[in-house]
Ligand binder design. Structure first.
Ligand code: DX5
Ligand code: ZN
Length: 237
């Protein structure tokens, strides 16, 4: 078991989704991606994650425009919210995400992450997310440099570094994405860093070492013979 102190600042509830304190350098969170769940058994799979050592649940929203795939929206998010009290980490891979922030918060999001490539006024959007009382996140695709978000880091509670091209689960991890994580830490970014795409026990240690706090894992969790044990393994690696 990990020391509780690593997590104590990230105890969140449905009513108050903001963390009680600032993240510490050692904060480690696993955020299983529901994109890899079995949708015919969504409540069962959500309850399984609810029992596990994963503190967050990652929700991939895709519109078929920003990415070449369509996933799910509010009704599915509400169903997940009903089946779990865990912190909902909502990753919006949609154009004009600012139009939908309020509705995602209402549906239960604790963190709303928008793509830097999808938003015209990133600062205003991140401030607007915070004004709803939830965490603000900004994501960059593999080809987008850290410099593209350098001037909004002060209003980003989390940076999500994509380690695959967004759109599909089950792709191979791009190792150079960890250079961006190191770059963000070298710039003095003290918020949470999340990494998403191709994460498994094969690269979880390298991701934590580079400075990541939150590891998203879809296939590695839901494709494992024992998903709960796999989450423990990734966390304690
Ligand atoms: C990809 C999504 C990811 C995806 C991760 O566009 O943002 O969250 O579900 O799945 P794995 O871990 O299977 O690469
Ligand atoms: Zn994602």
């Amino acid at each position: 078991m990990l020391a509780e102190s690593k997590y104590i600042s990230f105890v969140m509830t449905k009513k108050n989704n903001r963390p009680a304190g600032a993240p510490t350098a050692g904060t480690r969170i696993i955020s299983p991606s529901m994109l890899s769940a079995e949708f015919g058994n969504l409540a069962r799979d959500t309850r399984m994650i609810d029992r596990s050592a994963a503190e967050w649940i990652h929700i991939d929203v895709m519109d078929g425009v920003f990415v070449p795939n369509i996933s799910f929206g509010f009704p599915v998010l509400k169903a997940i919210r009903t089946a779990s009290d865990k912190f909902l980490d909502v990753h919006l891979m949609i154009v004009e995400p600012e139009r939908y922030v309020a509705r995602f918060v209402e549906a239960g999001a604790g963190l709303v992450t928008v793509h830097a490539e999808a938003v015209a006024d990133l600062r205003a959007t991140l401030e607007m997310i915070r004004s709803h009382g939830v965490l603000s996140g900004v994501s960059i695709k593999p080809a987008t440099p850290v410099s593209a978000i350098a001037d909004v880091l002060d209003v980003a509670d989390l940076v999500l570094v994509m380690s695959v091209e967004p759109g599909f689960g089950g792709q191979s991890f791009m190792p150079h994405s960890l250079d961006k994580v190191r770059e963000l830490r070298a710039m003095g970014y003290g918020g949470l860093i999340e990494i998403d795409g191709g994460i498994s026990t094969a690269n979880a240690a390298a991701a934590f070492d580079a400075g990541c706090n939150v590891l998203v894992a879809g296939n590695a969790v839901f494709g494992a013979p024992d998903p709960e044990a796999e989450i423990e393994k990734m966390l304690n690696i």
